[in-house]
Design a protein around this ligand. Structure first.
Ligand code: C2E
Ligand code: MG
Ligand code: MG
Ligand code: MG
Length: 292
C-alpha cells in the first residue's frame, strides 16, 4: 500500500511538473502567432516635466491579449520572447508601430515630442540593429530626436566596450538614449561616464515610499546629483502618490512617470489623457500634480 501511495505521489508530482512545462510551451507557441494574429498592441504612458507639469513624452509598453489565454503580462511573455528569439520580430514591430504612431499624432497637430521604446539585449546585440532603427525612422518620417531608446544597465555593462561603439552608432542617427531601471544593475561609474547616453531612469523600487524610506531617498538623490554632474536628464518611474512627487520635486528630479499621473493607456485614450494632464497643469500652474 505504501509503495502504491509513493508511486501515486510521484505521478502527481510528475504531472504537475508537466503542467507548468505545458503552460510554458502553450504560451511559447501562442506567442509565435501573436504578431500575425494581431494580438499585440502598444499602450502609452506619459512622462512629465516635474517643474512645469508639461508632458515631455510617452513610453510605449507592449500588451498581449490571447483569445483563450487572456491578457498576459510583459513580465511573463517578454522573457519567453527573449529566450526564443521572437523578441527580434516583435521588437521590430514595437519600434515601427511606436514611430508610426507618434508621426501620426504629430501629423494631426499634436505637440507630443518624444516616444520612448524599450530595447531587449538580443535586439541591441544584433549587428543590424542600428540599420533597422535608421530604416524605421526613414520609413515613418519621424524626426530621430523624437525617438528615445530605453536600455537596461545589464544590457550595456554585459559587454561594456562593445556597447560604447553601439551607442555611438545609435547616437549618430540622432536618437536619444536612456538607461532604464537604473540602480538595479551593477553600473561601473567609469563606464557610465564613457557611454554617450542622455538620461537615467531611476528604478521604481527606489521611488517606493521615498518620503519615509531614508535609503531610497538617499539613493534617488545620489542618482539625481550624479546625473546633474554628468549633464544627464533624469526620470523617476513608478510615481504613485503626491508625497512621492513632492519629494522628487524638492530633490530637483527633472521628469516623473507613474500611476499618479496616468497608467499606460491604449492609443485611442492618449489624446484624452493628454488633455486631462494639460488641464490640470493649466488649472494649478504649479508643476506636475496629476489627478490627486
Ligand atoms: P519598464 O520599461 O521599466 O516599464 C515600466 C513598468 O512599470 C511598466 O510595466 C509600467 O506599466 C509600470 N508602471 C508604470 N508606472 C507605474 C507605477 O506608478 N507603479 C507601478 N507599480 N508600476 C508602474 P509593464 O508595462 O508591465 O512592463 C514591464 C516591463 O516589461 C517593462 O519595464 C519592460 O522592461 C518590459 N517591456 C514592456 N514593453 C516592452 C517592449 O516593447 N519591449 C521590451 N523589450 N520590453 C518591454
Ligand atoms: Mg522602460
Ligand atoms: Mg523601468
Ligand atoms: Mg522596470
Amino acid at each position: 500500500h505504501a509503495k502504491r501511495a509513493g508511486k501515486n505521489t510521484f505521478k502527481f508530482f510528475d504531472a504537475s511538473l508537466n503542467k507548468s512545462a505545458l503552460t510554458r510551451l502553450r504560451t511559447e507557441n501562442a506567442l509565435r502567432h501573436a504578431l500575425e494574429n494581431e494580438e499585440l498592441r502598444l499602450h502609452f504612458q506619459p512622462q512629465l516635466d516635474t517643474r512645469t507639469g508639461r508632458m515631455q513624452g510617452l513610453e510605449a509598453l507592449l500588451r498581449w491579449r490571447h483569445p483563450e489565454l487572456g491578457e498576459i503580462s510583459p513580465a511573463v511573455f517578454i522573457p519567453i520572447a527573449e529566450e526564443t528569439g521572437l523578441i527580434l520580430p516583435i521588437g521590430e514591430w514595437v519600434m515601427r508601430t511606436a514611430c508610426q504612431q507618434l508621426r501620426a499624432w504629430q501629423a494631426s497637430g499634436s505637440a507630443i515630442q518624444r516616444v520612448a521604446v524599450n530595447v531587449s539585449a538580443c535586439q541591441f546585440k544584433n549587428r543590424d540593429f542600428t540599420n533597422l532603427v535608421a530604416r524605421i525612422l526613414a520609413e515613418s518620417g519621424l524626426d530621430p530626436a523624437c525617438l528615445e531608446l530605453e536600455l537596461t544597465e545589464s544590457i550595456l555593462m554585459d559587454h561594456a566596450d562593445e556597447s560604447i561603439g553601439m551607442l555611438h552608432q545609435l547616437k549618430a542617427l540622432g536618437v536619444q538614449l536612456a538607461i532604464d531601471d537604473f540602480g538595479t544593475g551593477y553600473s561601473s561609474l567609469s563606464y557610465l561616464k564613457r557611454f554617450p547616453i542622455d538620461r537615467l531612469k531611476i528604478d521604481k523600487s527606489f521611488i517606493y515610499n521615498i518620503e519615509n524610506d531614508r535609503d531610497n531617498a538617499a539613493i534617488a538623490q545620489a542618482v539625481i546629483a550624479m546625473a546633474e554632474t554628468m549633464a544627464l536628464h533624469v526620470t523617476a518611474e513608478g510615481v504613485e502618490t503626491r508625497e512621492q512627487l513632492q519629494f522628487l520635486s524638492a530633490s530637483c528630479c527633472g521628469e516623473v512617470q507613474g500611476f499618479f499621473f496616468s497608467k499606460p493607456v491604449p492609443v485611442d485614450e492618449v489624446p484624452e489623457t493628454i488633455r486631462r494632464l494639460a488641464e490640470h497643469h493649466n488649472g494649478t500652474d504649479s508643476g506636475a500634480s496629476g489627478e490627486g
